[in-house]
Design a protein around this ligand. Structure first.
Ligand code: FAD
Length: 440
């Protein structure tokens, strides 16, 4: 009997897990992925793969596919209100140590989602040729309710399962449900209880609005631009080699974040209402890009706004429901490691399932938790003072920030420090799982 697995969420880690499992044992798993969106959800701006996430992609043989679509960004300039650079952080090209803000693997979220989705379809096709069931994607479907069962009815040897009711009314029994449905995970709220599932989300006091604006050839280049405003606010543009430019509005002041949370109703307001709230928050800007931001905000069709935070759970699993990626241990975009954590998490979960027998899914989930937790602990450690320290409160604070930044970069201290820091987070070694049959 194959292990019947439901993955909720077709983002980054859902397709990654499906790929890893099907490659490990093409006939052992029947995988269903339900994605709430009507199609593959390729929205989102620039994300990056770092640290232990890079060897995971290498082992999966996908680093080449990622390289084909990476965004070519050389660094990040911090500018004054006329758009003039005060100092610039560039990629760590020393060949040693940790990646800078701009990593070697900067990629548009939609491109990474597609690389992983395509890999899972290829693994599925290969599995079906060998008599396996492969993976089935169901778009526009979510889970209405879940109910844990102590003993699997059709096959008592596995000792447990989950009865699932889908949004279209269908019911089905699974051996394992994996919530890969992002930081606000509904699976988490269903399995842990609505309030408990919300309470494990801890704000880091940073709100962001992301949207796309038309490219302006005279202004946009492969250097991202960050403009600071008093009140711990920032406007940023990332253009690189793309036909459109990404615009970001940040607010890192705890008081303002609370106001934004109250005003946006936790993002439950309409997009137009949210846009207006962000416009009001940046109304006092006299920066060179003022009209570009407001026009862009008005016209964009891919506006997305959210509060950054971390998910901290005492256990990643409840019975036969487990959480993966942002759903279980979101480190927040401030850590720069959300995507990395979701890839490493998929690798460890797949490895532990492959290592344990069908009779011992519970043991696999316990070991997934035990092995991954130290890594999650490392990536959830934010730099001291972050994210406030990167966004001063006053005009004098911004002046001082620019001065310190100029000194550090002029003396190349940033490069020196990065070259001395290990790229792997906390020295945590990626476990080896020969059972996954990946390239070493
Ligand atoms: C639209 C979007 C845009 C993003 N943009 C950025 C960005 O610009 N910068 C950044 O740093 N991070 C962004 N992120 C977050 C980033 O993708 C993750 O932090 C990281 O890659 C970890 O991925 P994940 O697979 O755990 O979660 P996600 O990438 O968030 O994927 C979760 C998936 O689950 C689906 N889903 C959610 N709820 C349900 C449900 N109830 N039933 C079924 N499916 C569900 C979602 O539609 C999504 O496809 C974005 C996420 C999304 C969904």
């Amino acid at each position: 009997m194959p292990l019947d697995i439901l993955i909720v969420g077709g983002g980054v880690c859902g397709p990654a897990l499906a790929t890893l499992l099907l490659r490990a044992d093409p006939r052992r798993y029947t995988i269903t992925v339900v994605e709430r969106y009507a199609e593959l959800r390729t929205g989102g701006q620039q994300i990056d793969i770092r640290a232990q996430g890079i060897p995971v992609m290498r082992k999966m043989g996908l680093l080449g596919a990622v390289r084909d679509v990476v965004v070519h960004e050389r660094g990040m300039a911090f500018v004054d209100k006329a758009g003039r650079a005060k100092f610039q952080l560039t990629v760590n090209d020393t060949g040693k140590g940790q990646q800078a803000f701009t990593s070697e693997y900067e990629i548009m979220r939609g491109d990474l989602v597609r690389v992983l989705y395509d890999a899972s379809l290829a693994a599925s096709e290969a599995a079906r040729k060998q008599g396996g069931a492969g993976v089935t994607y169901e778009f526009g479907v979510s889970v209405e309710s879940i109910s844990q069962i102590e003993t699997h009815e059709k096959d008592g040897r596995r000792g447990g399962g989950v009865d699932v009711t889908f949004s279209d009314g269908r019911q089905r029994r699974f051996d394992l449900v994996v919530g890969a449905d992002g930081q606000g995970s509904r699976t988490r709220r269903q399995a842990w209880g609505d309030q408990a599932g919300r309470d494990v989300f801890h704000t880091v006091h940073s709100y962001t609005a992301y949207f796309t604006v038309p490219r302006v050839e005279a202004e946009d280049s492969d250097i991202a631009v960050v403009y600071h405003m008093p009140g711990r606010r920032m406007i940023a543009f990332r253009a690189n080699d793309r036909p459109t430019t990404q615009c970001y509005l940040f607010c890192n002041d705890p008081g303002s974040c609370a106001e934004l949370r109250a005003a946006t109703g936790g993002a439950h307001k309409s997009v137009d209402e949210q846009k207006q709230i962000w416009r009001d928050f940046f109304q006092d800007t006299d920066a060179w890009c003022r009209e570009r931001v407001f026009e862009g905000l008005k016209n964009t069709e891919d506006f997305y706004s959210h509060e950054a935070g971390q998910v901290k759970l005492e256990s990643y699993s409840r019975g036969r429901v487990t959480l993966l990626g942002d759903a279980g241990y979101c480190p927040s975009p401030v850590s720069g490691c959300g995507t990395t954590a979701s890839l490493v998490g998929a690798y460890v979960l797949a490895g532990e399932l492959a290592r344990h027998t069908d009779d011992d899914v519970q043991g696999a989930l316990e070991d997934y938790d035990r092995v991954l937790r130290p890594f999650v602990g490392e990536i959830q450690k934010l730099p001291p003072g972050a994210p406030k320290i990167g966004a001063p409160q006053t005009a004098w604070g911004i002046w001082f920030f620019h001065l310190v930044g100029w000194l550090i970069t002029s003396l190349k201290i940033d490069k020196l420090v990065l070259s001395l820091m290990p790229e792997d987070k906390g020295g945590w070694a990626l476990p080896s799982y020969p059972e996954l049959k990946l390239a070493e």
